[in-house]
Design a protein around this ligand. Structure first.
Ligand code: NAI
Length: 333
């Protein structure tokens, strides 16, 4: 069956890695048609700041998107386009699997965990204002509806994938009401999944536990901001941001992207590692029901790393984006 996928190339290294991913996915055997759109509207500032309406309608129409990273100005400028897309499409679950790749040397072996990040609220609501000069207020929104929905998603994922342990990550000792509500919702949902061992970990301790012994975790569910921070930390456990994929999942659409950003320090040099967005593409193929094509790409990426003949720059090698792409396509046979 053919699938039409919205391709948002993104910015910085985005076009380099997303076009590499497109070539690799096209060689996977899945029938993919690509609809390329820009997510940044140059002239319009409708509803979602600078987010292009065309990008939203394209993903709504196709149901699937593969996206390169988009830049967001620090401490000024319009709201994040990345956050805008997730909110506009109600992509409420941000799924970030973190797993060692065979052949990639990293600080830990045996890491195989999934971060399930709530994707629509928390401090990412972007509701901020200056109360008086020198004092600003930023609102953290936590709702029972979104917390229960993400908790159920996380437990269902654990059950489906045969994962036995789930931890809720929070700071309810300080934010007693907001994180308290989040925790209460996860706790309530946990009672319907007696086969899954449930625990609660305060976010600062969770970070220490992750860098001491990441294998103790299988599924971690948490509010938006902690999910953002903890997923970069987890990327570091298995070799860095060049490797870790993600999926933003909603009821009507799903958008897949690397965890990393636009990497302005290496953009335009042709040396970015496309693995993270390629593995995001693998997640997308699985989500479409194209399991064989997904396995073909995953297997080829693993073979290239295992043979260690084509190692990208971020992992200490000399392979360019183009050389790595050719090697993966070649390894598909
Ligand atoms: P970043 O992830 O772009 O870069 C952090 C470091 O990791 C840099 O040294 C970079 O060279 C390296 N890196 C990242 N991806 C790599 C890859 N595929 N291959 C090799 N090296 C790679 O984080 P940074 O610098 O904090 O953010 C830059 C911009 O990206 C910001 O405007 C930020 O808002 C945006 N961003 C966008 C995201 C998205 O579109 N989902 C996610 C994260 C950041």
């Amino acid at each position: 069956m053919a699938h039409t996928v919205t391709l948002i190339p993104g910015e910085g290294i985005g076009p380099e890695v997303s076009h590499a991913a497109r070539r690799i996915l096209d060689a996977s055997g899945a029938q993919l048609r690509w609809e390329e759109v820009s997510a940044r509207a140059e002239m319009e500032r409708r509803g979602q700041g600078y987010l292009a309406a065309e990008a939203i309608t394209s993903v709504e129409r196709n149901g699937y998107a593969l996206k390169g990273p988009m830049a967001t100005a620090v401490a000024a400028g319009p709201p994040s386009i990345n956050v805008g897309l997730r909110k506009a499409l109600d992509l409420y679950a941000n799924l970030r699997p973190v797993k060692n790749l065979p052949g990639v040397r990293s600080r830990f072996e045996g890491v195989d965990l999934v971060i399930v990040r709530e994707n629509t609220e928390d401090l990412y609501s972007g509701i901020e204002h200056e109360v008086v000069p020198g004092v600003v207020e930023s609102l953290k929104i936590i709702t029972e509806k979104a917390s229960t929905r993400i908790a159920r998603f996380a437990f269902e994922l654990a059950r489906r994938d045969g994962r036995k342990r789930l931890a809720a990550v929070h700071k309810a000792n300080i934010m007693k009401q907001s994180d308290g509500l989040f925790l209460e919702c996860v706790r309530t949902v946990s009672r319907s999944y007696s086969e899954i061992e449930y625990r609660e970990v305060i976010v600062d301790n969770a970070c220490m536990q992750l860098v001491l012994n990441p294998s103790q975790f299988e599924v971690l569910v948490m509010p938006n901001l902690y999910g953002d921070v903890v997923s970069d930390l987890c990327a570091g456990l298995v070799g860095g941001l060049g490797l870790v994929p993600s999926g933003n999942i909603g009821e009507k659409a799903a958008l897949f992207e690397a965890v990393h950003g636009t990497a302005p320090d290496i953009a335009g040099q042709g040396i970015a590692n496309p693995t993270a967005i390629v593995l995001s593409g693998v997640m997308m193929l699985r989500h479409m029901g194209e399991a064989a094509a997904a396995q073909r790409v995953q297997g080829a990426v693993e073979r290239v790393y295992r043979e260690a003949r084509c190692v990208p720059h971020d992992l200490g090698g000399r392979a360019t984006t183009a050389q790595f792409t050719e090697a993966v396509i070649g390894a598909m046979g």
